[in-house]
Design a protein around this ligand. Structure first.
Ligand code: DMJ
Length: 561
């Protein structure tokens, strides 16, 4: 192929050019511009679209898209706090408690509801103290936003009642899975639950959520091909692969993301080793000149030599694992596409160096900015800030309307679509802001005494925010320390109960039987589980905050400082 050679040259030119250096003042000015962008979109949504799910930025009204739960408001809630707006966070948190109802006759995507609604509410719950909200006793192991997240997640559980444990893609929130529902689900739709569901289980003490997410992950793992790849769509009943293209983009992306982030958040070697095996196969069969192509999952032959904009999360994920060199080179490939079009087209043909028919749009996705944020944190190279400014200027120029920001229908002529996806406020703007705020508390850079240490839990012994945050795939930050605290609290309560039970049975010295996980078998994973007896974890956030912070850079399993 000639194009990758040209692309490699372009990459060399881009990386060789000395990056423009941004001063503190310039970064602060960019942050102000990002805030203005947020409020233009957010106020337009509130004024013209609430309580619908999304704003329609060309007609200045609203529409329900992924459900009927004021999705944009839920998705944007934690961004308010990221931008420092505590009063609006408090106001919106109470509006949502009063108005959102998940007992509705709506067919909802199990995946989208999880990452946007459950993830958004969990993150808002965990940030509630920082936002100055009144906390109920027992927070962070209880609270109204946590109950809302749990309520939404319970509505998704019927989808997991399948012979394999892999979930259906759609569920009716009132009636469960329709008898006519298709069993064909995309790979990401099976494997993108462990972050939210483990968080729910560890905070509430109910292991059901984590168990179903793990069962689905293990079932999916068993279906990989002999060369170690997974395809794009699977029949979750028969386990037959219906679409056999293997790659890192649409339909698969967040499955790999959750194996890595789940491994970091839960200190789970099982998830990490699954990802490492996939990564070997991906590097072996799909990577060419630091691009990632699509290949047939059984043969490894190239099926689509294209780059998809959703794949742009990959350099950020690789940087979490410490694979910086290749992450930087791949990012430069993707950045060259951005510079060609002023945005990332949904599909880009690598041999032709151009967009793909009917896939010329840019719905204001976050992935390249997300990777820029991680790579700037890891390298300090101001090239990533330049991408941030490019993105800000492109979006202002191409997508801004009097009533918000519109998805770009075609990057070649800048036609717009009447849609502003909720991830624009949840992710794109959040990652952009965090890119220009390297000391933000969400980067885990706080030190003892500067406000990053907080109390919580019934006994007030819980140390939060010290180990950095893990972002779910919708950019909702989750605090691993809270999981540990509530899990530990739950374990203490269980142990006390066991002791009392033993004491109340005179003459009995025997230990209570070990708790069984769902499905009857003990888990092979080293992950902490609510109520389960365990050996000390590899890393305890509250007692080893410094190592915990390193874990966010992917060194949990190797660094023992
Ligand atoms: C978001 O909803 C999530 O990032 C998801 O993983 C992929 N698609 C959008 C953003 O592009």
């Amino acid at each position: 192929m000639r194009a990758p050679v040209c692309a490699a040259l372009l990459v060399w030119v881009l990386t060789d050019a000395a990056a423009r250096q941004f001063s503190e003042e310039e970064m602060a000015a960019v942050r102000q511009r990002i805030k203005s962008m947020f409020y233009h979109a957010y106020n337009s949504y509130l004024d013209n679209a609430f309580p619908y799910d999304e704003l329609r930025p060309l007609t200045c009204d609203g529409q329900d898209t992924w459900g009927s739960f004021s999705l944009t408001l839920i998705d944007a809630l934690d961004t308010l706090l990221v931008l420092g707006n505590r009063t609006e966070f408090q106001r919106v948190a109470s509006i949502l408690q009063d108005t959102v109802d998940f007992d509705i006759d709506v067919n909802a995507s199990v995946f989208e509801t999880n990452i946007r609604v459950v993830g958004g509410l969990l993150s808002a719950h965990l940030l509630a103290k920082r936002a100055g909200m009144e906390l109920e006793p027992g927070w962070p192991c209880s609270g109204p936003l946590l109950r809302m997240a749990e309520d939404a997640a319970r509505k998704l559980l019927p989808a997991f009642e399948t012979p394999t444990g892999m979930p259906y893609g759609t569920v009716n929130l009132l009636r469960g899975v329709s008898p006519t529902e298709t069993p064909v689900t995309c790979t990401a739709g099976v494997g993108t639950f462990i972050l939210e569901f483990a968080t729910l289980s560890r905070l509430t003490g109910d292991p059901t959520f984590e168990n179903v997410a793990r069962r689905a992950l293990r079932a999916l793992w068993k279906t990989r091909s002999d060369i170690g790849l997974v395809g794009n769509h699977i029949d979750i009943v028969s386990t037959k692969w219906v679409a056999q293209d293997a790659g890192i983009g649409a339909g698969v992306d967040s499955y790999f993301e959750y194996l890595v982030k789940g491994a970091v958040m839960l200190q789970d070697e099982e998830l990490l080793s699954m990802f490492q095996a996939y990564d070997r196969a991906i590097q072996n069969y799909t990577r060419f000149d630091d691009w990632y192509l699509w290949v047939q999952m059984h043969k490894g032959t190239v099926s689509m030599p294209i780059f998809q904009s959703l794949e742009a999360f990959w350099p950020g994920l690789q940087s979490l694992l410490g694979n910086l060199d290749s992450a930087v080179r791949t990012f430069q490939n993707y950045y060259s596409v951005w510079r060609q079009f002023g945005g990332l087209p949904e599909f880009y043909s690598i041999p032709q160096g151009y967009t793909v028919d009917k896939r010329e749009g840019y719905p204001l996705r976050p992935e390249l900015i997300e990777s820029a944020m991680y790579l700037f944190r890891a390298t300090g190279d101001h090239t990533y800030l330049q991408l941030g400014v490019d993105a800000l200027e492109s979006i202002e120029k191409i997508a801004k309307t009097p009533c918000g920001y519109a998805s770009v229908k075609d990057l070649r002529d800048h036609q717009l679509d009447n849609r502003m996806e909720s991830f624009f406020l949840a992710e794109t703007i959040k990652y952009l802001y965090l890119l220009f705020d390297p000391t933000h508390f969400l980067h885990g850079g706080g030190t003892e005494g500067d406000g990053s240490w907080e109390e919580g839990g019934e006994a007030g012994e819980c140390v939060l925010g010290a180990g950095g945050f893990i972002f779910n795939t919708e950019a909702h930050p989750l605090d691993p320390a809270a999981l540990y605290c509530c899990g530990r609290h739950d374990q203490d309560r269980q142990e006390l109960q066991d002791i009392l039970l033993t004491l109340s049975q005179p003459g009995s010295q025997s230990k209570p039987p070990p708790k069984q996980t769902e499905g009857g078998s003990q888990s092979e994973s080293i992950a902490l589980k609510p109520g389960e007896k365990k050996t000390p974890p590899l890393l305890s956030c509250p007692v080893q905050p410094f190592s915990a912070r390193l874990s966010i850079l992917g060194q949990v399993f190797t660094d023992d400082t």
